[in-house]
Design a protein around this ligand. Structure first.
Ligand code: MSP
Length: 471
C-alpha cells in the first residue's frame, strides 16, 4: 500500500463556481478513486484562493466586508465539490490563520533567494500576473484570457531568484523526475523556462492590502501566487509538521492556463525549501463555451448546478470525463450533453443493467463467485492519466456485452428450456458487466455502487432505471 497525495488548483473566490472548475476536481477524483481501487491510501487536497486585488475589489463593489465575501464564496466551492461527489480529504482556505502563518515561515526559509528590486513593467489583474515585454507585444497589450488591457506598474518589490533553480528544474523535467503531462506541454514549459527572468514575489502594501504580509517588511505584501502555491504543503502542516509521508505529491492537477506557475515558480519554491518535486503535474485543457474560454470576467459561464440537476451527478461526470478530452480543449453544449446521456448512458449502460437483472431474476439465475480484475491496458491508461481513453476502453466492454446479449439471445435459451446453457451464458454476461463496472467505478461512483448492489450474491432488479431517458 502506498500513501498517495493528490492536489487540485485552488480557485479564486471572486465569484461562484462554473463548470470549467469541475475539471480539476473530476480528474483528481478519478485518480484518487483509482488509487483507492488498487489498494493505496489517499490524501486529497482542495481549497480556495482568497487573497488578491481582484477579490478585494469585487467585495468592495458589492459593499461587503471582504472576510464575509470570501467565506460565502469559499462555501459555494465546498458545496460544489460535494455535489460533484469528490472524495477530497483536506480543504484549505488561504485566509486560514494557520496557512498565513506557515506562508510567512516559508518566506523566511526562502529568504536567501529573495532580494529587493524595482519592478517596472506590465501586470494583468485578471491573471494576477506580471507580464513580460515580449508577451505584451505578442498580445498587443491585451490579455487574451481576460480581454482587458495590461496595467503599467512601477513599484518596489521583492524578487525571487528563479535563476538559482533553473538548471535543476530543467533537468528534473527533462528526466521526468517531475513529469509534465501531456508531453507537448512539457516542451512548452521547457521553452518558457529558458526565458524566465527572476519573478516579483511581493507588492507594496499601498497596491495590495488583501494578502499575507511579508514577515520582515511591513510595507510589502506577498504576491498572491506565493501564498496560493504554498497551500499544497501548508495544508499538510509544513513547516510545523514532517510531511514526508505524503509529500511529494503523486499528482497535481491544474489547468493549462496556470501550468507556468506550477512548473516554474512552484518547483523553485520547493527546491529552495529543500523539498522534493511532485511526481506528476497534469495539465488539462479548457472547457469552452461556444469556442471561448468560460470565465467570470468574460461572462459566458454555464451554471454547473443546472447541468447536475438535469440528469444527476453521474451524467455530469460521464460527460466531463469521457467527452471532454483530458488534455485538449473541448466545448460544452447542451445538445452534446443530452445526446451522450440518452444514447450512451441510458442506452448502453442503463438498459444493459435493467435487461440483465430482469432476465436473471425471471429465470432464477444463481450467481457464481466472480473474480474481478482490472485489465493491464486499462491500468496503463489510468497510470498515464489518459482518463478519457481509459473510460472509452471500459465503455467498449459495456458495448461488447450488449452485442453479446443480442447474439447469444439468453431469452431463447430460456424459452427452449436449456437451463444449463442459460445459466452459463447469464453468468458469463454478468461477470463481464461486473468487470466493466469495476473499471467504471472511479468515473461513475454512484451508478457503479448501484450496479454492484443489484448483482450482489442474488439479483435485485432496480426499481428505477439507473438513467431515466429525458423527454
Ligand atoms: N487561484 C488560481 C489557482 C491557484 S493554485 C495554487 C486560479 N484560480 S481560477 O479560479 O482561475 O482557476 C482554478 C482552476 O480552474 C484552474 O486549474 C483553472 O485552469 C481551472 N479552470 C478555470 N476555468 C476553466 C475552464 N473554463 N475550463 C477548465 N478549467 C478551468 O487560477
Amino acid at each position: 500500500m502506498r500513501k498517495t497525495y493528490i492536489t487540485t488548483a485552488i480557485p479564486y473566490v471572486n465569484g461562484a463556481p462554473h463548470i470549467g472548475h469541475a475539471m480539476d476536481y473530476c480528474l483528481a477524483d478519478v485518480f484518487a478513486r483509482y488509487q483507492m481501487l488498487i489498494g493505496n491510501e489517499v490524501r486529497f487536497q482542495a481549497g480556495t484562493d482568497e487573497h488578491g486585488n481582484k477579490i478585494f475589489q469585487k467585495a468592495n463593489e458589492l459593499g461587503l466586508p471582504v472576510e464575509d465575501y470570501v467565506k460565502e464564496n469559499s462555501d459555494k466551492f465546498k458545496d460544489f465539490i460535494h455535489k460533484l461527489n469528490v472524495s477530497y480529504t483536506d480543504f484549505v482556505r488561504t485566509t486560514d490563520p494557520e496557512h498565513e502563518k506557515r506562508c510567512q515561515e516559508i518566506w523566511m526559509k526562502l529568504r536567501d533567494h529573495i532580494y529587493p528590486a524595482k519592478y517596472e513593467g506590465w501586470y494583468c489583474t485578471g491573471c494576477e500576473r506580471f507580464i513580460t515585454e515580449k508577451e505584451y507585444e505578442e498580445n498587443h497589450g491585451i490579455c487574451p484570457d481576460h480581454q482587458k488591457p495590461y496595467e503599467r506598474l512601477e513599484e518596489e518589490n521583492y524578487y525571487f531568484r528563479i535563476s538559482d533553480f533553473k538548471e535543476s528544474i530543467t533537468s528534473a523535467i527533462e528526466a521526468e523526475k517531475l513529469k509534465i503531462l501531456p508531453e507537448f506541454r512539457k516542451k512548452e514549459v521547457l521553452k518558457l523556462l529558458e526565458d524566465t527572468p527572476d519573478v516579483s514575489v511581493s507588492r507594496p502594501k499601498s497596491q495590495l492590502t488583501w494578502g499575507v504580509p511579508v514577515p520582515d517588511d511591513e510595507n510589502q505584501v506577498m504576491y498572491v501566487w506565493i501564498d496560493a502555491l504554498a497551500n499544497y504543503i501548508t495544508v499538510l502542516g509544513y513547516p510545523d509538521k514532517d510531511i514526508s509521508d505524503w509529500w511529494p505529491a503523486a499528482a497535481q492537477f491544474v489547468g493549462k492556463d496556470i501550468l507556468r506557475f506550477h512548473a516554474i515558480i512552484w518547483p523553485a519554491m520547493l527546491l529552495g525549501l529543500g523539498l522534493p518535486l511532485p511526481e506528476n503535474l497534469v495539465s488539462h485543457g479548457m472547457v469552452l463555451s461556444d469556442g471561448q474560454k468560460m470565465s467570470k470576467s468574460i461572462g459566458n459561464v454555464i451554471e454547473p448546478v443546472e447541468v447536475i440537476n438535469k440528469h444527476g451527478i453521474d451524467a455530469f461526470r460521464y460527460y466531463f470525463l469521457r467527452h471532454i478530452d483530458t488534455f485538449a480543449d473541448s466545448d460544452f453544449t447542451w445538445e452534446k450533453f443530452e445526446n451522450a446521456y440518452n444514447n450512451e448512458l441510458a442506452n448502453d449502460l442503463g438498459n444493459l443493467v435493467q435487461r440483465l437483472a430482469t432476465l436473471a431474476s425471471k429465470n432464477n439465475i444463481v450467481l457464481d463467485d466472480y473474480t474481478l480484475v482490472l485489465p493491464e491496458e486499462y491500468r496503463a491508461l489510468m497510470d498515464n492519466f489518459e482518463f478519457s481513453k481509459a473510460f472509452d476502453y471500459a465503455w467498449e466492454k459495456v458495448q461488447g456485452i450488449n452485442r453479446r446479449i443480442d447474439e447469444e439471445k439468453p431469452w431463447s435459451l430460456a424459452k427452449e428450456g436449456k437451463t444449463e446453457e442459460l445459466n452459463a451464458c447469464m453468468n458469463s454476461l454478468i461477470n463481464a458487466l461486473l468487470n466493466a463496472n469495476l473499471m467504471l467505478k472511479p468515473f461513475l461512483p454512484n451508478a457503479c455502487e448501484k450496479i454492484s448492489a443489484a448483482f450482489d450474491k442474488t439479483v435485485t432488479v432496480p426499481t428505477q432505471p439507473l438513467f431515466p431517458k429525458s423527454k
